[in-house]
Design a protein around this ligand. Structure first.
Ligand code: GLP
Length: 255
């Protein structure tokens, strides 16, 4: 079944597929990840949070429940975490991952790498995570979502292409964009720890999933304008193996 409206090569290493709906795009991303894990059960996956990947994770769980895939030997690294939140806090990305994916399939807790947002020494925590990532041999497939301001992970506009795991201040746009997704907190924490742009670019393969009209401008800036730190996702165009999965709304400003 080919649900894509069109599939194009933006450049040598960059594929773009536009799907009729957000669910179609998410299902295609889930298929991509399932194929990856079936080919290499020991894959190292880089995972994202946010509303966009929820359908992807549901499809992965469904595939597991149907006996189509096992995640037993998969290792994961999450992109980011809010500062100040313990893994058990409902608004922590660690708790999101447990609710949406890790707690619903056969992941091995020992292979799930998460940032401790409640660590007493956050700089040391960032350094610990960077070391873990390095020791793992790197990410095979990195799943990304897109901020309305073009951020990836929590690499806000201005983030350097050679940035690594670090503590960042969140922009006003991100604070308000993420507010509706909060479970318990009334406002979004002002800082986070995130993988850097260089860490993301080091992944052997990148999947970007962007859906909905709110992402259309960031998609156009990322794919049609000159790469610039003003739009962090535009820096992905230098990657040798990236696939953009969009729905028609997110692709609407591409022209
Ligand atoms: C957060 C995450 C990003 C995510 C972005 C978009 O800021 N740190 O990794 O891509 O939100 O989220 P959503 O999918 O909810 O639009």
């Amino acid at each position: 079944m080919n649900l894509s409206l069109h599939r194009t090569a933006v450049s040598d290493g960059c594929q773009l597929t536009v799907f009729p709906t957000a669910n179609d795009a998410a299902d295609a991303v889930a298929d991509h990840l399932i194929t990856t894990v079936r080919r290499n059960p020991k894959s190292v996956l880089g995972l994202a949070t946010g509303q966009t990947p929820r359908r992807v994770y549901k499809s992965l769980v469904d595939a597991f429940l149907e006996g189509e895939v096992s995640f037993r030997d998969v290792a994961t690294f999450n992109l980011d975490e809010y500062c100040g939140l313990a893994a058990s806090h409902p608004d922590a990305f660690a708790a999101f991952m447990k609710r949406e994916l890790f707690g619903l399939a056969d992941f091995d807790p020992a292979k799930l790498n998460l940032i401790d947002g409640a660590a007493a020494d956050l700089a040391a925590e960032a350094a610990r995570y960077a070391t873990l990532l390095h020791k793992s041999g790197g990410i095979d497939v990195q799943l990304l979502g897109l901020g309305t301001n073009g951020h990836i992970g929590f690499n806000e506009p201005g983030s350097a292409p050679d940035s690594h795991v670090r503590i960042v201040d969140l922009s006003h746009e991100t604070l308000s964009a993420n507010q509706p997704g909060l479970v318990e907190l009334r406002s979004v924490p002002s800082q986070a720890i995130t993988l850097g742009i260089a860490d993301i670019l080091n992944a052997r393969e990148i999947i970007m999933l962007a859906t909905g009209p709110a992402k259309a401008t960031a998609v156009r800036r990322s794919l049609r304008e000159k790469p610039s730190t003003d739009c962090p996702a535009s820096l992905l165009t230098s990657h040798a193996n990236i696939h953009w999965y969009l729905d028609s709304a997110a692709a609407s400003a591409l022209g």
